[in-house]
Write a new protein. Structure first.
Length: 339
């Protein structure tokens, strides 16, 4: 019996029972008289969860489908089972994840994100503010150097390590260039303005957290807001676009479509445009792979991660050209808004 099967007992705290249940990624789907619900183990802060619920209910009230939480008979968003494990119960939706092979799904997801961002504003709370991008990049650059030193000292003994040493100088040079670009923009002003306005980011807006629905006006439900924070909202657009464009070999035409669809609903300012260019200039995926390798320090490295690194190296020139080409001409891009 799994942890979630034990957690089914918490449904009594909502005066509910499940007619049937089915396991899904890290959770349990429950078919109840209140419709489809999802039961998850909870490890986070209940204080932040309350703020998340506030955000989700605002979105619901304004026509955005979200996985908002149910309160139990004690009016709490979190319920404990007999072993003191904590669980949450949320409304869920019948639908399939955004299909990254479908341009219709991709563009529908971008339009949903633009509508989401118009609504996602709350009174700022310092403890939920995202760290400065400059601090993040400088820390990541230091980590890339540390990993380079670590591998050099011990000696590259596998394909991943050899590929890393052969490519790190080029990617590190690009990472340093991104910091230089950032310093040449009005990033600090942009960040402060987003903070004053209480702009909120989803934090993990990707194909897995967007469900395509049938018979709904907008046709989507947005889920898994657990990584939300106060930040420049364009960060969400960058994350979604990067995930998609990696699969499309940095296709400029698709990138233009995504940017135009977003811009039609929530206009992208000149400062946000420059910030997107900086984000696409930084080798984030390369750093993630290197950091995963170093933090785990495994003798055996998965073939999947070796392939990911090799793909990044293979796509490096296309990726570098993408950031220069895609974000070169903001004024011309803006004129496309009305078309």
């Amino acid at each position: 019996m799994s942890l979630y099967d034990y957690g089914l007992g918490t449904l009594a705290q909502y005066e509910l029972t499940a007619d049937r249940s089915a396991r899904t990624r890290g959770a349990l789907l429950c078919y109840t008289t209140q419709g489809l619900l999802i039961l998850r183990e909870f490890h986070g802060s209940e204080k932040k969860l309350e703020k998340q619920q506030e955000l989700l209910m605002k979105l619901q009230e304004n026509g955005i489908n979200t996985d908002y939480f149910l309160r139990n008979n004690q009016e709490s968003l979190v319920s404990k089972d007999k072993t003191e494990q904590r669980f949450t119960l949320q409304h869920w939706y019948e639908g399939k994840e955004c299909d990254t092979k479908s341009r219709e799904d991709i563009l529908k997801s971008v339009r949903t994100l633009a509508r989401l961002h118009i609504l996602m504003k709350m009174e700022p709370v310092e403890e939920y503010r995202e760290r400065s991008l400059r601090e993040e990049y400088l820390r990541h650059n230091q980590e890339l150097r540390k990993i380079r030193k670590f591998i050099r000292n011990k000696g590259a003994s596998n394909v991943f390590e050899k590929n890393y040493l052969a490519s790190v100088e080029q990617f590190l040079e690009r990472a340093q260039y991104a910091v230089k670009l950032l310093d040449e923009t009005d990033y600090d002003d942009l960040r402060e303005r987003a903070w004053r306005e209480g702009q909120v980011c989803h934090g993990e807006y990707n194909q897995h957290n967007i469900l395509m629905l049938k018979g709904d006006h907008f046709g989507t439900a947005v889920t898994n807001f657990g990584h939300w924070s106060f930040d420049i909202q364009i960060a969400d657009l960058y994350r979604f676009m990067r995930k998609i464009l990696e699969k499309y070999n940095w296709n400029l035409e698709l990138a233009g479509e995504m940017l135009r669809e977003y811009h039609k609903i929530r206009p992208i300012s000149a400062e946000e445009w420059k910030n997107l260019r900086v984000r696409f200039t930084y080798p984030e995926k390369y750093w993630k792979l290197a950091n995963y390798y170093y933090s785990h320090k495994k003798v055996w490295i998965s073939e999947k991660n070796v392939e990911k690194l090799q793909n990044l190296i293979r796509q490096r020139e296309i990726w570098e050209n993408f950031a220069e080409e895609c974000f070169r001409d903001y004024p011309r891009y803006c004129s496309l808004r009305s078309q």
